[in-house]
Write a protein that binds this ligand. Structure first.
Ligand SMILES: CSC[C@@H](O)[C@@H](O)C(=O)COP(=O)(O)O
Length: 346
């Protein structure tokens, strides 16, 4: 039985349903996804998004297809197409790399189904561990800033950066959250704000360009962000706008943390320059579109640049909060540093 559900995804044995994140918070619409073309389309238009969530969705769909009797060779082609759907988040590639060797093996399809479910379970557990380590850093009534959406919608569990905030909230620390709206697709203003409301977390949405002024006034005590891929030297890619926040945090001496499972570290990327950055349609910058309607304010003929992610250099990071512990800058350099020396105060 392929049975798994998270905030944005339900797999009930025979089908996969996805909560369309492009329509939230105005409309809660669940979409059936039964084939690879549909999932690729949903990923590209960010109906399902967030690094761990897209990896988990790809795994569950491949498991469903295997259970329905897909020939292993057919599934290998499907997996290769899914792998290319979004290029920056390494979780998608990790999922495919774990499942492809099982396609056509002696235990197929049972082994593939079990591995896909294991990826889901691991993500839930990793979120809990990161949240546990990260929440220890949060003091009473701190003002925290976060970027993009890193909660239950973006993962199989309670989230990465948002999981830290949620856990501090559940511990009664009463954090207050500045929610970056996160232009151009507003994952913060739409999704993180929605998740804050669901969990009763005190928050206020800000335009991305308000962060500097808040930091200058001393109204931001800590910044937590997620990551789509981390290089071996600690440089990391995350939603566009993360790098500017890190520069601002450095100038204003605000602690700046990356929260991600250690599987987000890509051993094949020695540094951030090796991380592929997704370029998206210029139309997303010239206007907005969603369940709230569509509007273009820029001249249609004006070219626009739309990198979906940026890379923050390791020197701007205070610590990496991984599922294996909290790693400061002094940890970087040793081989496999992310598995060894993190502080693990229980
Ligand atoms: C789940 S936390 C890591 C990231 O996936 C998140 O911060 C992010 O940048 C998501 O980008 P998106 O383009 O919305 O998929």
């Amino acid at each position: 039985m392929i049975d798994f559900h998270s905030a944005g995804l339900v797999c009930n044995g025979t089908s996969l349903s996805i909560l369309d994140q492009s329509l939230l918070p105005q409309r809660e619409v669940w979409l059936r996804c039964g084939d690879v073309d549909t999932l690729i389309e949903l990923m590209r238009r960010l109906a399902i998004r967030g690094a761990p969530a897209i990896g988990v969705a790809a795994g569950l769909l491949l498991a469903l297809l295997a259970r329905r009797g897909s020939h292993p060779e057919e599934l290998i082609v499907d997996a290769a197409r899914l792998r290319r759907a979004r290029p920056t988040a390494v979780n998608l590639m990790n999922t495919i790399d774990r499942l492809v060797p099982l396609m056509g093996g002696p235990e197929y399809p049972a082994s593939l189904i079990e591995e896909a479910l294991q990826i889901c379970r691991e993500d839930v557990q990793q979120c809990d561990r990161m949240a546990h380590y990260g929440a220890q850093l949060v003091g009473e009534r701190e003002m925290i800033l976060t970027h993009c959406n890193t909660g239950g919608l973006a993962t199989a569990g309670i989230g990465t950066a948002f999981g830290v905030i949620l856990t501090a909230h559940r511990q009664g620390k009463r954090p207050f959250v500045w929610v970056d709206e996160t232009r151009p697709l507003l994952q913060g203003g739409r999704l993180t704000a929605w998740e804050c409301l669901q969990h009763g977390i005190d928050h206020r949405i800000i335009c991305d360009n308000a962060a500097a002024q808040l930091m200058r006034r001393g109204e931001v005590q800590r910044i937590f962000v997620g990551s789509d891929r981390i290089g071996v030297n600690g440089d990391f890619a995350n939603k566009i706008g993360t790098y500017s926040l890190a520069v601002l945090a450095h100038y204003h001496r605000v602690p700046f943390y990356v929260v991600a499972p250690c599987s987000t570290i890509d051993p094949s990327c020695p540094n951030g320059r090796a991380i592929p950055i997704e370029q998206r349609d210029a139309a997303e910058v010239r206007g907005v579109s969603g369940s709230f309607g569509s509007c273009r304010w820029a001249p249609e003929q004006s070219p626009a640049e739309n990198p979906a992610f940026d890379v923050t250099p390791a020197e701007l990071v205070t610590a990496w909060i991984l599922d294996t512990g909290v790693f400061g800058r002094e940890s970087i350099g040793a081989a496999g540093w992310w598995e060894k020396d993190g502080k693990r105060d229980e």
